[in-house]
Write a protein that binds this ligand. Structure first.
Ligand code: S3P
Length: 167
């Protein structure tokens, strides 16, 4: 089984993918981590500043293609994966279940303010909100399943996802 988690920055994709992978005995791949490991940048801010966003977008294509035939894996995709049809199409291959973590912008904001993950596309709140509004229909369009996460613990979201996968 191949599962791809999509959603905006700060929706909890990484944490939920880790928990789900443990529960379902699958491997977990965090796309951003592989990009950073492969390019040698310490975080996304450094990558954006030194190399530019395009490098990330090129790596997203390369990795999604590399993983197209992967099995028994959960891919936690970067928030921008839906901006490029090539990327999302590769992520969808092998009958992957694409799951959209649907979190309100307010809940995302509360989380992003507290955590320390460098997010170059979340420096300006108004610009981030515009990006969120722009992407929301894309996440919905590409998802096979959608889980609302507001007010839920990681465990609750994982239970919801497992329920949807069984149904
Ligand atoms: C991005 C999301 C980030 C990271 C980069 C760009 C985006 O990943 O790939 O900062 O375009 O939404 P997360 O969604 O895992 O934070």
């Amino acid at each position: 089984m191949k599962i791809t988690l999509i959603g905006f920055m700060g929706t909890g994709k990484t944490t939920i993918a880790q928990q789900l992978a443990r529960d379902m005995n699958l491997s977990m791949i965090e796309m951003d981590w592989v990009v950073l490991q492969s390019t040698g940048y310490k975080d996304m801010n450094e990558l954006f500043t030194s190399a530019g966003e395009l490098l990330l977008r090129e790596w997203e294509i390369k990795l999604a293609k590399e993983w197209r035939d992967s099995d028994d894996v959960i891919v936690s995709a970067g928030g921008g994966a839906v901006m490029n049809k090539i990327v999302i199409d590769y992520l969808k291959e092998q009958n992957a279940k694409v799951i959209f973590l649907n979190t309100s912008f307010q809940a995302i904001l509360d989380r992003v303010i507290k955590d320390s993950v460098p997010r170059p596309l979340f420096k300006d709140i108004n610009a981030a909100k515009d990006l969120y509004d722009f992407r929301l229909p894309l996440y919905k369009k590409y998802a096979d399943l959608e889980v609302a996460t507001d007010g839920k613990t990681v465990e609750q979201v994982v239970i919801d996802i497992k329920g949807l996968l069984k149904a």
